[in-house]
Write a protein that binds this ligand. Structure first.
Ligand code: KMH
Ligand code: ZN
Length: 274
């Protein structure tokens, strides 16, 4: 089985002035998208930035970024509905108007460094209903083992996504969430509900490589990018998202798992060809 590599190039947590290599303009996002596609990525997870490089959920910016990535690559385009910990539920729902191929749906509240990433059950349900109505393919973000139970209940009460595929991402190593250890990845992967058809794993910060290796060994897919990881090893800053995608693709090949192209990723996720 091949490996689907998602890149999360920007996130909402790092500041452009602190990390100049972070792509925060539409031109930088397009250049990043083209380079990571050539390096083996199949999907891009987008957090938007405004003209001052600050995180935003502005629908106009979102439409511009999604159109630009679609014009210049074949990548599956996923929008973050998580945004920043300061974003309102209203804005996080409204960003679906951008009409991406996929979007993140976080399955529970979690401490997030010094902040709290709020995802109460009513918000998750409203977001999921809207996602299904709009025919967007969700990626369920699991930051802790309890979020798996919350996913199980959502699927039981609301049904599976429109295309029948259930794709999750295990987000490990957020300060406040499950740790970025092989044990945590193995525990989470072994507890996923039977409806889950595919999953990936993300290791934040230093946990990136051990999480990737564990996911590869267990048959999972991978998410990497400067949203999650800013150093390749202690003292060696990441200079581009492409470096992280190339490393993930190399590890995949080492595990006899060739990177999937965007067409194959669409099949995994149940997304119709454009
Ligand atoms: N930035 C985090 C608060 C998502 O993209 O949906 C939330 C996050 C998850 O990154
Ligand atoms: Zn994100």
């Amino acid at each position: 089985m091949g490996v689907m590599i998602t890149v999360a190039p920007t996130g909402a947590e790092s500041r452009k002035e602190d990390v100049p290599a972070l792509p925060t303009t539409v031109e930088e996002i397009v250049a990043t998208a083209q380079q990571v596609e050539a390096a083996g990525a199949a999907m891009i997870h987008l957090h938007l930035r405004d003209a001052s490089h600050e995180p935003t959920l502005d629908v106009g910016v979102g439409r511009e970024w999604v159109a630009a990535v679609r014009e210049s690559t074949d990548l599956v385009v996923q929008i973050s509905t998580g945004g920043a910990v300061t974003d309102s539920f209203k804005d996080r729902l409204a960003v679906l108007e951008v009409e991406p191929d996929s979007c993140s749906v976080s399955m529970g509240t979690v401490n997030f460094g010094d902040g709290v990433f709020h995802n109460p059950p009513g918000f998750i349900r409203d977001l999921y209903r809207d996602v299904r109505e709009r025919d967007i393919v969700p990626e369920f973000e699991l930051f802790d083992l309890g979020h798996i139970e919350s996913l199980r209940r959502l699927l039981r009460d609301e049904g599976v996504p429109a295309k029948g595929r259930v794709h999750c991402n295990l987000v490990c190593g957020v300060p406040g969430g499950m740790p970025g250890t092989p044990q945590a990845v193995m525990a989470a992967a072994s507890m996923l509900p039977p409806e889950v058809s595919s999953w990936s794993a993300t290791g934040v910060g230093r946990s990136s490589v051990s999480v990737l290796l564990t996911a590869l060994a267990l048959g999972g897919h991978l998410r990497v990018g400067m949203e999650d990881t800013l150093t390749l090893s202690p003292g060696r800053p990441v200079t581009s998202n492409t470096e992280l995608v190339l490393r993930a693709a190399g590890l995949g090949r080492l595990a006899n798992r060739e990177p999937l192209d965007p067409t194959a990723a669409r099949e995994v996720l149940g997304i119709a060809a454009r």
